[in-house]
Design a protein around this ligand. Sequence first.
Ligand code: TYC
Length: 98
Amino acid sequence: MGEIKSSVKKKKKLSEPKDFKVILLNDDYTTMDFVVYVLKSVFHKSENEARRIMLYIHKKGQSVVGQYPLDIARTKEEQVHNLARENEFPLICVLEEA
Ligand code: TYC
């Protein structure tokens, strides 16, 4: 009697791709209005939410402003830095593994 072979293949466990937090940092030169503009245009925050987050960063030094898969997080980071450069502000954001 031949052995019955299972046709069901074992599923290789692929770990879920990690998300990355996008963190906006405070500085002394970027205007509050510009940070609010970035939070609205890049991170789709409402006016009230953008102002609340901006003031939190201003007081505490930094804040997570979103969490995304790596490619999207990198794109957001680049958009922030491009907008900041175009407008001659030193605004910085960094990514951190979630
Ligand atoms: N500290 C800035 C000021 O007083 C405002 C600011 C807030 C800058 C948040 C950057 O991520 C930031 N003009």
